[in-house]
Ligand binder design. Sequence first.
Ligand code: PMP
Length: 364
Amino acid sequence: FALANVGVQGLHPYQPGKPIEELQRELGLTSVVKLASNENPLGPSPLAMAAAQAALKQSHLYPDASGFDLKKKLALKLGVSENQFTLGNGSNDVLDLIARTFLSAGSSAVFSQYAFIVYPIAVQAVGARAIVTPAKNWGHDLDAMAAAIEPDTKVVFIANPNNPTGNYLDRASLSAFLAKVPEHVIVVLDEAYIEFAGVEDFPDGLTFLSKYPNIIVTRTFSKAYGLAGLRIGYGVSSPQIADLLNRVRAPFNVSIPAMSAALAVLDDDDYLIRSQQVNSAGMQQLCAGFEALGLSYIPSVGNFVALELPCDAMPVYQALLKEGVIVRPVGVYQMPKHLRISIGLEHENTRCLNALQKLKSEGV
Ligand code: PMP
């Protein structure tokens, strides 16, 4: 049996971390802290957990394929219509759906160097061409991205804030960019981390939708809402685009517990506020600690920060692992001197900083 020579053979697989218990065993440590996957360090919202648990009673049933209740609640909250939503098994699923709906061999997608790793995967998986533009100050160079659009370009992906760099595009820059994009090109505004971006000039992508119907805003319950394990996210677009995406979407792509938990966490304002507070306090703690150690980092508005080392990051990553601190190397993004560190609880951040201090004193 010979494998067909399919394009996906050229893909680099997404590198997941090892299960935490497995690592703990391997390292012979009794406790480790995981600051590697931009998860919510608070644990799930109690309201969301109770709702997910109650929903298990319906485990023998298929979920509501239309996601009626959740779309209704989100529509009210966001000031858009129910028919503008596409629900996904995480927002990753929506990104994939966008690629499957609008891209194929013979078309191209534009995204930036250092942008979220799923864009090249989604684009190449459908046989489309990736046009990668060089970054500016580790962020998207919107002028370069606009100039890179070719006649066969169907989609532009923008992560705002971006992962793994944590930087953001302000309202004026994004607005100027959108005015330049031809209207037949879809612009994906991936806002997985928007709830953390508490800066004045941060643009809410939804505010551009009425002027630019070629936009798809993607959001997730994985980060500030703390439901990464349940897999639920969504896209907001014009009804016409949502209709196309929903034709391609697998009908039961979001489970009943996930939808129930999402509905519940939307009512848990305290949880969201605590997530934001813990994140901004943790971000300050980590960045102050890096500065005290003489280390630089890319200023971030996400729930993670890219630490820049004066050397190759891999030995530092390995040494941190031995100290029981799991962070994320970003070599796959061609950032060999950076480590992406998710913001944790105060004691977790302290453990990370203490480990860095120890490595520094040992000359690692
Ligand atoms: N977009 C960005 C920029 C991300 O960093 C992530 C998660 N790492 C996602 C989308 C997808 O998240 P999820 O599928 O959990 O919604």
